[in-house]
Ligand binder design. Sequence first.
Ligand code: NAD
Length: 488
Amino acid sequence: MAASIPSLTHFINGVAVGAGRAFENRNPATNAVVSTVAEADASIVDQAVQAARKALKGPWGKMTDAERAAIMRKVAEGITRRFDEFVKAEILDTGKPIRDVSHLDIPRGAANFTAFADQMLAHGTELFRSPTPDGKGALNYSIRVPRGVIAVVCPWNLPLLLMTWKVAPALASGNTVVVKPSEETPTTATLLGQVMNEAGVPPGVYNVVHGFGPDSAGAHLVNHPGVDGITFTGETRTGTAIMKSAAEGVRPVSLELGGKNASIVFADCDLDVAIEASTRSTFLNCGQVCLGTERIYVQRPIFDEFVQRLKAAAETQRNGDPFEKTTTLGPLISQEHRRKVLSYYERARSSGATLITGGGVPDMPGAFAEGAWVQPTIWTGLPESHPVLREEIFGPCCHIAPFDSEEEAIALANDTPYGLAGSVFTRDLSRAHRVAAQIEVGILWINSWFLRDLRTAFGGAKQSGIGREGGVHGLEFYSELRNVCVKL
Ligand code: NAD
């Protein structure tokens, strides 16, 4: 087993600040305490917001876009230089397998900084030549100005990746940030503070406060009047509370929320491709990916074959030591989350679902016996109205149902209050485009899943969010466009 990591402090104005109460950070693979974490009260949050406000007026606020972009590239290099440290921290906080952390979480954490440095330099703004009665005309052009202090409130499922996905465009746009990482995964955000210092990010530009949501650091931060904009990723219920906080002071908010994503598999698809993508979309990160698929609709002629092949794929998933390269399935994030996921396993059982595989808890050896493990699970046979098909479970599980017509599949996929992501598998190009246009989501994949280009719009429809981040869309949220009209 890897050794413990030290106690964690807040990161404010470029230095560690560790006052107040502390809470335990547990490794979900073993349930062992890996660190104690300082919890921010209102005065610590105020200190962080004041530091961020002051930094807006300092060297950061006077830099050119190119100078800021150069520093952001150094941040990316700093993460890469301390790659092993970030990998270890993320594994101890989340229990994710090393193969995922070292191929996805940490490289993407670094890539977000280079991608948004590039975006900032590549995107101009608009200019209009406008006619006037005197014939001389006017020029209208817009400039981007930073919004100010951005509160960044993050979930635990992809801690560094999702946090930097927000921090990078916020910094590229010239803002300063106060980050509130999830209480489950506080470490990589704290480590990033050291990297920021090493890269030459001025004190106060990047701040981190730890704690919980209600009556703790999260609520203190989003309610602070010194915050000019809020970007949040997490549950729809939390997003609703945060939007209410944002209404006070009429502050902009970007919400990336929950999902109940569907996949539609037509009989003419390349079944190898559909199985490979469905295996990843159901089981990656133990099913704790907002874009993950929990409802799969398969056209009747290939239904039985699909179910048997996904069952076989589920049964090749390997629970085990997250630090082992052969482990493909880690634990859930916490015992509390395991209780929630297992409550759906129980509801499926008691409602008479056909259990294709899984449905319980694996026997784990030694130190892992106390971890938050669950089996990868597949059901068929539940009605569409069942909570397993209506509510976000956020575990390594899916329900598979048959369909006959294209219209029926579209209606089934859309029958949810959520609208984050979806996948369609077919070899018929016309059908692919036709169906894509009718699925009510922010992100749709054809013959793939989680194929991301950081320049594209990312966000959810319906109750899965408000606004789009990614590429120039991120810059739109993190900056204010000021129109300047020059009479010639
Ligand atoms: P969560 O909403 O419980 O917590 C997210 C963050 O909000 C945490 O840092 C938490 O401490 C904080 N928080 C909670 N209540 C708060 C309040 N009242 N005020 C301020 N802050 C508060 O979400 P989670 O369980 O950490 O993450 C899982 C959820 O995130 C799932 O629903 C998943 O679908 C969603 N998610 C969405 C996306 C996306 O891009 N749409 C990406 C990843 C995760």
